[in-house]
Design a protein around this ligand. Sequence first.
Ligand code: ATP
Ligand code: MG
Length: 469
Amino acid sequence: MSFNPKLCRNESEVESKLIVQYLLPTLGYDASKWHQEVALGSIRLDFLALTSQIFPKISDSSPKICVVIEAKHPKQNLNLHVRRLRRYLTKLQVMYGVLTNGKDFRIYQLVGEQIDLIFQCEGSEIADKIEKISDIIGRDKLAGLETNKSIPAIALTNALTNQIDITLPSSENISLTTPESTTMKTIAIYHNKGGVGKTTTTINLAAAMSRKGLKVLIIDLDSQANTTFAAGLMKFDSEEDDTLKDSNIYNVVFYPKSNYIHEIALKGSFTYPEVDVIPAHINLIWQEANLIDKENSKFQLIKKLDLVKDDYDVVLIDTPPSLNLYAKIALIACDYLIIPSDLKPFANEGLRNVRNFIEEIDEFRTFVNRSVINVLGVLPSKILTNANYIKATLPKQEKVVVERYGFPVLETRIFQREDLSRAIDNFVMEGDHQIPDPKSIFDFKPDSMSAAEFEELANEVLQKIGLRS
Ligand SMILES: Nc1ncnc2c1ncn2[C@@H]1O[C@H](COP(=O)(O)OP(=O)(O)OP(=O)(O)O)[C@@H](O)[C@H]1O
Ligand SMILES: [Mg+2]
């Protein structure tokens, strides 16, 4: 059997063609020993292969003779994922880690709290070097190392696994169970003031979470449809080609028994892994009157989201800079709220409206037996990078938010940086035509300060909503 790296065009092909179809069988892990969707305590594994059917004890802290495999997209630079693999191996106390994007293949070994690169080759060399690979992580080899304390196993993780709290259960035995689905968390991004960074936050936070392996859905509830554009869904330039007109968020909230999320959602091309997006449309402006007449429209989104609660980990809702019905629908449907604000006087004063609006919505939510909105905080956004400002003025403005308006302030700050607007304005030339090709900051400039800030924001938010430790 041989392996051709050219067959792997995306992450799931690296997983299926390299790992499942080639590597595991070649290394001696036959299909009868594979288990899919396995829960290891709080860890979810896509895939687990054992040398025997007996599940081992994992309670002691000595390194386990097993291998964690992480498959990445062929365009991903593996260097960026070594730290995460290290965290994974050290937390799980797992001896070996394989990191591959199909083009680059590496094996790391746990040494104390560090991991050492012990083998590396190109994707095209894997078949030639399979003996060497087998000598390190082959089933016979690992079974030979097996003691009654160790787990000779191969666990193929997805990125999500890495984000979940990796603590081993204290019980002696663990069982092969289907993992409990993490409860889908819905976060609205809202401020009634315009231009404070709601759309920028929605798009880049979604991308950051998606890169961590979370399944993310974006909902655009703003008739300006800026998020729909920024997600790469508006590449048409004539009205005739506008396919969004009859298939957007309006359909979801207007029709009770059709137009479900999966029928309306499109794949946004702004980031990889792709994120599902329910688009908005300029027609939402006049269609609002139709919805106001329909009392139930306030509940449709909740009902339809409930139908996909096992399909997504996080739903991010972008909202209009307004107190209108669409903003209400978002705030009624969400579990959590992030309020981006540039913290300038107008935006801060606007927080009073946000406060009153939340109170009104909470009253409604209580009335319909829904818990009140959990405000994650005001997100300092579009913050000036001037050192004096950061030192002197910013802390005062943040204090005002807490003391005068009673909102917590998120720790992460998103600074004003040109890269963020350039990423959304990105385009490609097709002949003489400029075709919009908006990108998330991670896909536009992954090494930028802004990418690091959004990564930090994702970590903070995921921790606050209980999706990671
Ligand atoms: N951190 C930032 N640094 C630089 N430019 C930014 C930043 N955040 C947002 N912008 C730019 O500011 C403008 C407004 O941002 P954005 O569209 O995200 O705000 P918004 O709150 O969604 O606006 P609206 O209320 O109109 O929907 C956009 O041109 C965006 O590219
Ligand atoms: Mg916006």
